[in-house]
Design a protein around this ligand. Structure first.
Ligand code: BGC
Length: 246
């Protein structure tokens, strides 16, 4: 099925049509800067402009950087607080809406390193915040929010996100030390069989992964930062299929 995937991030909103059988982007992706403030109406306008750009009439999947349950936004740590309580699925014209890290995780589980993996797999995205997607035998446990684990008296994402590296002017090695400590904590809690590191930083994995030592195998995301778009499209395709059955 061909589905338009749109990934809403703290700095950019990216979209492209996706072949959900292969996980391939069908056209070059379009990126628009996230409006400031990132209030619901302003973001909805950008989402609508991406739909128009691709002249799209088919199903649409959209990611959101917060907890999303049944299309309704429950938290907004890194975007405008006005999102809390908004029916995002309705606002985006009936699109399937899900958490950004869950979407990235679904894409990795279907087309990337998590493919065919049984047991507990964690996909952690490092960007403006830290996002998490937890899988058990390939099934997603949605909205896990492991970026907000309390660590050194703070939300972990305030110490170890990619934004924290930039804001605190940390070298890759210094940042890797923080990421390793966080990952050890997560490892202790979940005993995963694989941890996949996603988000924009996954493209620069060679700069920090060699400094991180864990007992759990650690892989950079295979889909780099296209994973959100692909996962959003994949979720919408699944949604369309289940609706068809019901
Ligand atoms: C949000 C998560 C999101 C993550 C990455 C966190 O601050 O609470 O829902 O997945 O950032 O964007």
């Amino acid at each position: 099925m061909n589905v338009l995937g749109i990934d809403i991030g703290g700095s950019g909103i990216k979209g492209a049509p996706v072949d959900t059988e292969t996980g391939e982007l069908l056209e070059e992706r379009l990126r628009v800067a996230t409006p400031e403030p990132s209030a619901p109406d302003a973001v909805a306008e950008v989402v609508a402009s991406i739909v128009t750009h691709f002249d799209w009439n088919g199903p649409v999947g959209v990611t959101f950087p917060g907890v999303v349950a049944n299309g309704v936004v429950k938290t907004a740590a890194n975007v405008d607080r006005g999102w809390i309580g908004v029916d995002a699925a309705g606002l985006f014209g009936g699109a399937t809406v899900l958490n950004d890290a869950d979407a990235a995780g679904l894409a990795e589980a279907r087309f990337g390193h998590g493919k065919g993996r049984r047991g507990t797999v964690l996909v952690l995205t490092f960007g403006t915040g830290i996002g998490s997607a937890l899988f058990t035998d390939g099934v997603l446990v949605p909205n896990t929010e492991l970026g907000h684990l309390q660590f050194h008296g703070k939300d972990a994402e305030h110490r170890a996100s990619a934004r924290a590296r930039e804001e605190h002017d940390l070298s890759w090695e210094e940042w890797a030390e923080r990421v390793e400590a966080y990952l050890r904590y997560v490892e202790m809690l979940f005993s995963p069989s694989l941890i996949v590191i996603g988000g924009g930083v996954s493209r620069k994995a060679h700069k920090f992964l060699p400094h991180i030592h864990l007992d759990t195998p650690l892989e950079p995301a295979a889909l780099e930062n296209q994973a959100g778009i692909i996962g959003a499209a994949h979720a919408a395709a699944e949604h369309a299929r289940t609706d068809g059955r019901g």
